[in-house]
Design a protein around this ligand. Structure first.
Ligand SMILES: NC(=O)c1ccc[n+]([C@@H]2O[C@H](COP(=O)([O-])OP(=O)(O)OC[C@H]3O[C@@H](n4cnc5c(N)ncnc54)[C@H](O)[C@@H]3O)[C@@H](O)[C@H]2O)c1
Ligand SMILES: [Zn+2]
Length: 358
């Protein structure tokens, strides 16, 4: 088992990276959590991992309850949070109790928000089971739900007491979800660590055959990159924006295709777009663009979305809630492993690049 520490003063917490659930009891004791526990999981993940986690936690002497919600982003709502509050009230949970998110980013975001708000905050634990959640959403303390069609409209920054990752859980993920998570993993390498990107480029076979050592190394590197950014910018005041690499175009593609593509698939198209913008601005070579696109393809990701309408995608980019004063801000690669943030006012250039992504 590998242990990393997220250093956030009195909100610091460990991330454990393991190949099974056998260290859960130890993690619970180390965090000095001795109240009631409720595992919140979805209808897909519950069949795979709820029993194994419950058994481990009960063996450590905990009183464990569980609540299963219907899987899917459409249930990332206040209604699902209210169902959790009802369960917690019925079981007489108090400030000493803990909520555990077992599942992907949806379970993590809902459970974290419920934990942040029930009785003004009870303990929160993350057991992420999708690659996206292990690489990205379980670390950093962003929690929340969608509201009236707007993603993540209601939420809170709320850090977990610990994150426990069993890297082998991703072996039961549907293939497209696995690839989608890999987009964020590749993104981490591209923004901050060229060596890690290179490792990924040459390890796709091992990742797809779920080689334990490879998965553990990839997860450790991922978590250390994400945690280093969060440590420097917990509340998204500046630096954390580099995590948006590939997302300016990616989010617009996601809404333009009406969510028929997964988030990571749109991020892959967005990364390709960011590289193509940087190429046209003379920041890197076409060889580098092609090499990154090849890596994304090898990860099972699309780099084009046939039918993309440049005018529509451009308009959607301007609607993004992160756009200020109508100026589009991009995180662009300066080299592999290094990005810069810049505003591009040349509408024609942006639309030309979107056309290349068709
Ligand atoms: N909080 C953050 O910082 C942050 C960051 C990125 C994304 N997010 C959020 O995360 C969500 C996306 O996360 P996601 O892609 O994990 O979605 P998800 O939780 O819906 O999981 C994707 C699918 O995989 C299934 N699944 C999860 N783990 C599995 C496993 N081990 N075996 C089999 N099936 C499994 C789920 O049931 C679901 O059907 C979005 O709501 C997004 O807004 C949050
Ligand atoms: Zn993302």
């Amino acid at each position: 088992m590998v242990k990393l520490n997220v250093d956030l003063a009195d909100r610091s917490y460990p991330i454990y990276v393991s190949t099974d659930f056998s260290g859960l009891g130890m993690a619970l004791r180390a965090a000095r959590l001795n109240g009631k526990l409720m595992i919140i999981t979805d209808s897909n993940v519950s069949g795979y991992y709820l029993k194994a986690c419950t058994d481990e936690l009960e063996a450590a002497g905990a009183e464990v309850y569980s609540h299963v919600f219907q899987a899917g982003e459409k249930n990332k709502t206040l209604d699902t949070v209210q169902d959790i509050y009802r369960q917690l009230t019925a079981r007489r949970f108090d400030r000493n109790s803990s909520l555990i998110a077992l599942g992907g980013g949806v379970a993590g975001d809902i459970t974290g928000f419920a934990a942040a708000t029930f009785m003004r905050g009870i303990n929160f634990i993350q057991i992420p089971t999708s690659l996206l959640a292990q690489a990205d959403s379980s670390i950093g303390g962003k929690t929340g739900v969608d509201f009236e069609g707007s993603k993540n409209m209601v939420g809170a920054f709320y850090q977990p007491r610990f994150v426990y990752i069993n890297v082998k859980t991703i072996s039961t993920l549907p293939g497209r979800e696995l690839s989608s998570g890999l987009a964020e993993v590749i993104k981490h390498g591209l923004i901050l660590n060229a060596e890690f990107y290179d490792y990924l480029k040459h390890s796709m076979d091992k990742i797809f055959s779920f080689d334990e050592n490879t998965l553990q190394y990839v997860t450790k590197m991922n978590c250390s990159i994400k945690k280093s950014i969060v440590e420097q910018d917990e509340y998204e005041g500046g630096l954390r924006a580099i995590l948006n690499f590939g997302h300016t175009i990616g989010h617009a593609v996601e809404s333009a295709c009406e969510f028929s593509l997964l988030h990571g698939e749109c991020v892959a198209i967005g990364i390709s777009g960011a590289f193509r913008l940087a190429y046209r601005m003379g920041m890197l070579s076409m060889d580098e663009v092609t090499s990154v696109e090849d890596t994304l393809s090898a990860a099972g990701l699309p780099i084009r979305a046939p039918g993309l309408e440049p005018d529509e995608v451009y308009a959607r980019m301007l609607q993004d809630k992160k756009v200020k004063d109508g100026r589009l801000r991009f995180i662009l690669p300066k080299a592999i492993g290094e990005v810069i943030s810049c505003t591009i006012e040349d509408e024609r250039l942006i639309k030309e690049v979107i056309r290349e992504l068709q």
